[in-house]
Design a protein around this ligand. Structure first.
Ligand SMILES: [Ca+2]
Length: 187
């Protein structure tokens, strides 16, 4: 019993050290420059397809598996499809069923990958609304969330920062704050 508890405690300490050793990030990129999107994209929203690339920066943390979850603003967009860019492990089919508004990318069997990595690309159909956003989920209290881990080491990395992407209709940009503010995009 004590041994089991100690093992758990050690695992928890190792995990917390790993998590604290670097500040992993995840973001969506809607304009293909590889960087987080600081401002909204403007255009004709209704009946438009848009795509975002999903990036992570693990800094020095080497992972063997990953999960990246992107949530879309309810009611203004639908998920069209997605594909992976990361290779070298086994990627699961893109998860569209675990959460009603989230799409999950995930893979296992990677060999100590680290640094800035493009996970994949997601495409959405924007409906008739004045503004719409997607955002990565990193909140451990709000599963399913984005996380990186290393199976042989028994460690994981929680992500410290995230950034989403928003689109606004040219003709009506009056509703820009609500969902983005709630999800922290405009903090
Ligand atoms: Ca960008």
């Amino acid at each position: 019993m004590h041994r089991t508890l100690l093992t758990l405690l050690i695992a928890a300490v190792v995990a917390s050290l790993a998590a604290g050793a670097s500040a992993g990030q995840i973001w969506t990129d809607g304009n293909g420059d590889g960087l987080p999107d600081a401002v909204s994209f403007y255009g004709d929203l209704p009946s438009t397809n848009v795509s975002v690339d999903v990036w992570i920066d693990t800094q020095s943390y080497a992972f063997t598996y990953f999960q990246g979850w992107i949530e879309r603003q309810p009611g203004c967009m639908t998920f069209v499809g997605g594909s992976y860019d990361i290779s070298g492990g086994t990627n699961v089919p893109i998860d569209t069923f675990t959460h009603p508004a989230r799409v999950g990318l995930g893979g296992t069997g990677y060999q100590d990958r680290h640094g800035v990595i493009l996970l994949g690309r997601l495409t959405y159909h924007l409906e008739s609304i004045s503004s719409c956003c997607v955002v990565p989920i990193i909140d451990l209290g709000n599963p399913p969330y984005s996380i990186l881990g290393n199976n042989p080491q028994g460690t994981y990395l929680t992500l410290k920062s995230y950034s989403g992407s928003c689109w606004e209709n040219d003709g009506d940009a009056t509703e820009r704050k609500s969902w983005g503010a709630i999800k922290g995009i405009y903090r």
